[in-house]
Design a protein around this ligand. Structure first.
Ligand SMILES: [Zn+2]
Length: 113
């Protein structure tokens, strides 16, 4: 019996959620295990074409696609002019900038090499 695609996606989404939660939990004690859990989660995301919310999307480096945990292998700084949250990957040096709009307080993503 074939499982409907929507059901497969829902199952995949719940598995990704569990894997990422575990990866964040274990990142400090066992970084290698956390990286592996994140890599499996990423493979599921790519296979089932799942979109992550920002809170989970920022866990992956846009350069090397590894798991980013602030204080372990990522640096988070607030920049001004332009106002932005800068997330630096300490594995590959890639800087991700999340722009903060001064007028209405909304955020728009931007990337810088
Ligand atoms: Zn990186």
């Amino acid at each position: 019996m074939k499982v409907p695609r929507a059901q497969q996606k829902a199952l995949a989404r719940s598995r990704v959620k569990i894997l990422l939660a575990k990866a964040v939990e274990t990142a400090k004690e066992d970084p290698e295990l956390a990286q592996r859990q994140a890599a499996i989660a990423r493979r599921i995301i790519l296979r089932y074409n799942i979109r992550l919310p920002y809170s989970e999307k920022r866990l992956f480096c846009h350069g090397c696609k590894r798991l980013l945990i602030p204080g372990v292998n990522a640096r988070v700084r607030l920049g001004h002019r332009p106002k932005a949250v800068k997330i630096t990957c300490l594995e590959c040096g890639h800087v991700y900038r999340k722009m903060m709009s001064p007028r209405n307080g909304t955020v728009a993503a931007a990337e810088q090499r």
